[in-house]
Each structure stands twice: as structure tokens, then as C-alpha cells.
Design a protein around this ligand. Structure first.
Ligand code: SF4
Ligand code: FES
Length: 328
């Protein structure tokens, strides 16, 4: 079998070889060059609707979106030239026109892609003096809050996640331009098994977690490794705690680009506001009789005795699993 011919490309003066069909964004990622983006996600289809990833490409008459531009042999790309930076700053200015800039009270503050990129690409003052648009809040159900849809930048990540990963079209976008809105189907809520991921995947604070809203700021939370209480495979996850209480279910780990964690796992822990048991007490805890996670008796600080562990009727297996949290 013939080896696949690799395409040679230069990004910011650095050569890289990528297979046919790769995009400029993928080539840049391979080189470790960061291209600012919102709508791009490695596990989702390309929408190219935020335009934040504009880069300069040799001989192209205008800046091109890195996420949707396929590599051609000999291509030369600049991601940080004056031309590219001006394009990226222009897009950021447009994105911020209608954004409410309510970072001080936003649940996403401190972990918001828009906030982070606005530091690097935003201006210190807005030239926009007209009235900003306001989008009425939506009721999407008990898990996903859409109370501040004015924050939405219409990246459609949430819509594509539903269609492509969860396999259920729970959200869609209606309207065009500044009349665009993210909506659920009339009279339907968003409550599928995977819908909690939409909160994690939203790059701004438009979709937030209803149980978590306004209970803590992200920088007050400690991250602790644990295992899924609802998964017979004992999937690893990270729970976020404040004052030794679980405040938030496992957030998607961006480094792993995980997208398929069940909402049952994501919401069961914060909804029960579980206390975290110190590592010392769990270090000798015995395995749960029902799944491969660590278990202990709810309401006690001591690990379960062998007799309790071997008696599911005493422990109540799923409850015991829900409280199983291991410190790193
Ligand atoms: S709600 Fe969030 S994920 Fe959905 S389109 Fe708006 S900004 Fe993107
Ligand atoms: S990341 Fe490329 S257009 Fe949004």
C-alpha cells in the first residue's frame, strides 16, 4: 500500500507536514500554535461562524478562517501578523457589540473563552454607542439554564453537540444576523442524558448549570479526582468542591476533549451537595460491591466495615457510590 502523501505547509515561518484534508487549524495545533477560536471544537463538525480564527494566507485576498480552510501543498500562513491580528481584533469588536459584559456576576467568569480572548484581542473601550440587543431568557428545563441568552455569540456548539454527539436535536438556531436566537423546540425542554455537556461546551456564560448558578465562583473551587458514581466502568472524572462540599459535577476536561459524560453524573453530585470525605478515611475504603469505585457509608466518617460492604441492603449501593470521592 502506498504511503499517504503529506502536504507541506509553513505556519508563522515554521514548517509542518499534515495529511490531505487537514485544516489550517489542525496544522497549527500540530505545531502547538494557538489560533483564537470559539465555534471550533475538535469533536464537532466545522461551522466557521464565529470568525475568530481568521489568519493571513499567502495570495489570499482576505483573511481566512483557519478552522475551515483546507491545507494545500506549499501554503504559507501567518497567525500573528499585523494583518491577521487586525482581523482577529475586528471580529472580537463585533462579538462584544451585543455582549452584556456582565463578567462580574457571570457564572462563567474566570473560565470563559470570550473573557480570556477579550484580554488579548479586545479593545479597552467600545466604539459602539447604539442600544445593545436584548434576548429574552428561555426555559430549557431543570438542568440547563438559559437565563442570559444575550451573552450568546451564536457559535452553535450546543446545537451541533446535540445533533452530532447526543444524537438528539434539542436546540436549534432561528433567525439571521442579530436576530439569531438559540431555542429549544416549542414546549420541549432540554433534558437528554448528555445535555449537561452543552453547559461545558458553551464558550461563554449563555448556558449555565441551574443547580450551580450563583453558588460559587470558579476560583473558589478545588478540583478533585473521582470516579463516576453511575458508571459500571468507573470512569474517571473531576469534581469541584468548596469548603469540602461538592458544588459542581464533573466539568468537561478540555485537555481530553471529553464530550460524552452523562448528565446524570454531572448533576447528581451537586444536587445532593455531597460532603467530601477526607482522603485518610477513604484510603482504606473497600470496593463497592456494585461497581469498581471506592465506597463508604453515607453519614459516617469511617470507611465501611467488610460486613457492611458485602451487604448491599445495608449500604444501599447507588447511594454509597454517589458519595465515593477520592482526593488526588
Ligand atoms: S448558547 Fe453558547 S454554545 Fe450555544 S450558540 Fe450560544 S454561545 Fe454557542
Ligand atoms: S473557530 Fe473558526 S470560524 Fe469559529
Amino acid at each position: 500500500m502506498m504511503a499517504e502523501k503529506m502536504l507541506k505547509i509553513e505556519i508563522d515561518g515554521r514548517p509542518v507536514e499534515v495529511p490531505h484534508g487537514a485544516t489550517v487549524m489542525e496544522a497549527a495545533n500540530q505545531l502547538g500554535v494557538y489560533v483564537p477560536h470559539f465555534c471550533y471544537h475538535k469533536k464537532l463538525s466545522i461551522a466557521a461562524n464565529c470568525r475568530m480564527c481568521l489568519v493571513q494566507v499567502e495570495k489570499a485576498p482576505k483573511p481566512l478562517p483557519a478552522c475551515a480552510t483546507p491545507v494545500t501543498d506549499g501554503m504559507k500562513v501567518w497567525t500573528e501578523s499585523d494583518y491577521a491580528r487586525r482581523a482577529q481584533r475586528g471580529v472580537m469588536e463585533f462579538l462584544l457589540i451585543n455582549h452584556p459584559l456582565d463578567c462580574p456576576i457571570c457564572d462563567q467568569g474566570g473560565e470563559c473563552q470570550l473573557q480570556d480572548l477579550a484580554v488579548g484581542y479586545g479593545g479597552s473601550a467600545s466604539r459602539y454607542e447604539e442600544a445593545k440587543r436584548v434576548v429574552p431568557h428561555k426555559t430549557l428545563g431543570p438542568l440547563v439554564a438559559a437565563e442570559e441568552m444575550t451573552r450568546c455569540i451564536h457559535c452553535t456548539r450546543c446545537v451541533r453537540f446535540g445533533q452530532e454527539i447526543a444524537g438528539i436535536m434539542e436546540l436549534g438556531m432561528t433567525g439571521r444576523g442579530e436576530h439569531s436566537e438559540i431555542l429549544s423546540f416549542v414546549g420541549r425542554s432540554v433534558d437528554s442524558e448528555l445535555s449537561g455537556n452543552m453547559i461545558d461546551i458553551c464558550p461563554v456564560g449563555a448556558l449555565t448549570s441551574r443547580p450551580f448558578r450563583y453558588t460559587a465562583r470558579t476560583w473558589e473551587l478545588a478540583r478533585r479526582k473521582s470516579v463516576s458514581p453511575h458508571c459500571g466502568l468507573g470512569s474517571n472524572l473531576v469534581v469541584q468542591t468548596k469548603h469540602e462540599r461538592v458544588m459542581r459535577g464533573p466539568a468537561m476536561m478540555p485537555s481530553l476533549m471529553r464530550l460524552t459524560r452523562s448528565s446524570r453524573t454531572a448533576f447528581s453530585l451537586p444536587m445532593s451537595r455531597t460532603d467530601v470525605t477526607p482522603a485518610a478515611t477513604l484510603s482504606s475504603a473497600l470496593p463497592c460491591p456494585m461497581c469498581p469505585c471506592i465506597s463508604y457509608m453515607p453519614g459516617t466518617s469511617a470507611p465501611p466495615s467488610p460486613s457492611m460492604t458485602s451487604s448491599p441492603s445495608v449500604i444501599g449501593p447507588p447511594v454509597a457510590c454517589t458519595l465515593a470521592i477520592r482526593l488526588p
